[in-house]
Design a protein around this ligand. Sequence first.
Ligand code: FES
Length: 224
Amino acid sequence: MIGPGEYIDPLLLRPFSLADITPPDDKHPNGSLIFFIRVAGKGTNILKRLTVGTSLSVIGPLGLGFPPVADDEKLLVVAGGIGIASVLGLTKKYQGVPLFYGDRTKGRMLNIEWLEMPEDDIHITTDDGSCGKKCGVLEFLESHISQLRESYTGKIKIYACGPHGMYRAMAGMNLNAEVYVSLETPMACGVGTCLGCAVDTVNGLKMVCKDGPVFNLKDIIWDG
Ligand code: FES
């Protein structure tokens, strides 16, 4: 949870995925925490305009991340839009896993150099064809899985971060895989007390900030 320390409006901190951690170097003797911020409202607009050296209010890390991957499981990582921030660490931890990364258009996407992955492992899609394949990221994922299934019958895990519409679509697909998603909801306290981030699951109401943000997709009950 991050907010500009000196502001009292907006009062609340905003939740962000910790995209990366870098070790100390000459420029940053204490190391760095890296966040990607897409301006979406007043709070993120204030963060964007902060100058170097400004102190921030930060609470974290909070919540539970993606579960470990066993040696005999194949992992596929999916990022929709700014969801790339949540899965960037996975692509570094599990080197060699394919990343499926889609957005509406190239201008909204992360510079590919940030990914620090072999280009063969990166599958990019855009809705307008300005970068990578012109299709939805799930369409690409689905065709990759059906090709993979021609020679592989073992367990596939998919770790995804993107908009809720992407998750709903995934819930309706037959991906033949265990899917974990990182949810984003409005958050106020970040520590499980305000109940503002509650999500309905087959195991009852869960707090995205404390019990998540990562959930097994099959456990989430979608409205409507
Ligand atoms: Fe308060 Fe999750 S943000 S309970």
